[in-house]
Write a new protein. Structure first.
Ligand code: PLP
Length: 454
């Protein structure tokens, strides 16, 4: 049992040079706990007939691992530009600067600098949203889910909302339209069928209890084949004739025509407003390229009613995101420069040839970095997606690196090792290889630098 007697005490380790460094970096309680855990492990190893490692070094490893945040920067090489699980949009520089300023300083969030009286936090965004969408008025909340919730609750509480069976979406997580309606206190009236809904289906359902008609952009799926939906302008006419408001949930809601950037056209927010929807809802961190937020744009009387809803306070935005949103929206005043200044659009608009050239350039260096670990890299073509429910079945031609190994589980093993890097790299597995789509790679050294730590 000589092994046990060789183990140091907790205090001996704490008072040594390594222990003092641990205390300075991580605090005494954490350092003490790590040394205790390491001593327990060492005793268990000795009981099992093995040898104990260096206790101070082991405790240091434990502390460093615990101190590493999972929220560290990583490389999104999945090919999905707006990846919900990876935080969606990367903000533009002016938006980041505005957020930092807002974090570090008092600012006139609800204060009128001209009169010295009270101001409204949404007023910083209201004018810009109206200017960019053509809407009469607008308000902002925590995210688009909240925008839909509060709009439904304001227009339809204790009443009915008419929705096509083809648009009863689940966005992921717990956001399912029927459930949100129930929580908003709105009775769901489904009309039409999964694949076909006609104007007469809506007309027949409108009655004394109708609070609103809801149109939902089918963001994450597409119904194809023998289909019919009632387009927004026609639905707006039906709603108007019945004196019932039409809420159009756009989901991603682009402020610019995506076909300008070689992508398939999606209706813009301005078009949805012009088509006659009384209210339009859309996200801040999808195609718009800003921080998480939900926008509601449309009729001034309905926006006023939403702003008076007691739920508004529960879903309002904080000053950091208001500042970042204002800076993001300002960029849209100069559409010609958008792909230079807005990372989301820059990545979406990046030509496949440019990405392919980067893949060809990087392949030898990446192959050399992976070879000692038993993996190889070669350039390949692949297909990116916008993500977050924009153009769900469309892909954008892209290029990347195809990483392979010899054993069958090579892609999974490599994927796990890349996730564990100081700068984690996330790709996707396809046909027995780990594919790194380079569309969202900021520069060559970001990848070589991250992989050098393998
Ligand atoms: C994404 C989406 C939502 C939810 O928006 P969040 O900003 O994620 O809260 C709601 N409706 C549609 C149609 C969507 O695409």
């Amino acid at each position: 049992m000589a092994g046990f007697r060789d183990l140091p005490s907790v205090d001996q380790v704490l008072n040594g040079a390594a222990g003092q460094a641990m205390i300075a970096a991580h605090g005494r309680p954490a350092a003490t706990a790590a040394i205790r855990a390491e001593l327990d492990a060492a005793r268990a190893a000795i009981r099992g007939g093995g040898a104990a490692g260096d206790v101070a070094a082991g405790a240091g490893v434990r502390l460093d691992a615990a101190a590493q945040t999972a929220l560290r920067p990583m490389l999104n090489l999945t090919g999905t530009v707006l990846h919900t699980n990876l935080g969606r949009a990367i903000l533009a520089e002016p938006a980041i600067a505005a957020a930092v300023t807002a974090m570090a300083n008092p600012l006139a969030l609800e204060f009128d600098l001209t009169t010295g009286g009270r101001g409204k936090r949404d007023d910083h965004l209201r004018g810009l949203i109206c200017e960019l969408t053509g809407a009469e008025d607008a308000t902002v909340v925590n995210n688009n889910a909240a925008a839909v919730l509060i709009a439904l609750n304001t227009l339809g509480f204790g009443r009915q909302a008419i929705v096509s069976r083809g648009e009863l979406i689940e966005i992921g997580g717990a956001f399912r339209m029927p459930d949100i309606m129930a929580r908003a206190g709105v009775e769901l009236v489904e009309v039409g069928t999964t694949n076909r809904t006609h104007p007469r289906d809506y007309s027949a359902a409108i009655g004394a209890d109708t609070g609103l008609i809801l149109k939902v952009h089918t963001s994450n799926y597409r119904i194809e084949g023998f289909t019919a939906e009632v387009a927004a302008p026609e639905l707006a006419a039906i709603a108007k004739a019945a004196g019932v408001p039409l809420l159009n949930d756009l989901g991603s809601g682009s402020l610019v025509d995506l076909s300008t950037y070689g992508l398939r056209r999606e209706p813009t927010v301005a078009e949805a407003v012009a088509e006659g929807a009384d209210l339009v809802t859309f996200s801040g961190d999808k195609l718009l390229g800003g921080p998480q937020a939900g926008f509601i744009a449309g009729r001034a009387d309905l926006i006023a009613a939403i702003d008076k809803n007691p739920l508004k306070r529960a879903v309002r935005l904080d000053k950091i995101r208001i500042a970042a949103l204002e800076a993001t929206l300002r960029l849209y005043r100069n559409p010609d420069r958008l792909t230079e200044v807005l990372p989301t659009l820059a990545m979406l608009a990046r030509p496949a040839a440019d990405i392919a050239a980067q893949a060809a350039r990087l392949a030898p260096a990446i192959d050399a970095l992976l070879a000692p670990h038993g993996f190889a890299a070669a350039p390949c073509t692949c297909a990116s997606q916008i993500g977050s429910g924009a153009l769900p079945v469309d892909t954008i031609p892209s290029a990347g690196l195809r990483l392979t190994g010899t054993s069958g589980d090579a892609p999974d093993r490599l994927a796990a090792r890349l996730r564990a890097l100081p700068t984690p790299i996330i790709g996707h597995i396809r046909d027995g290889a780990l594919i790194l789509d380079l569309r969202c790679l900021p520069n060559d050294t970001a990848l070589t630098g991250a992989l050098a730590a393998l």
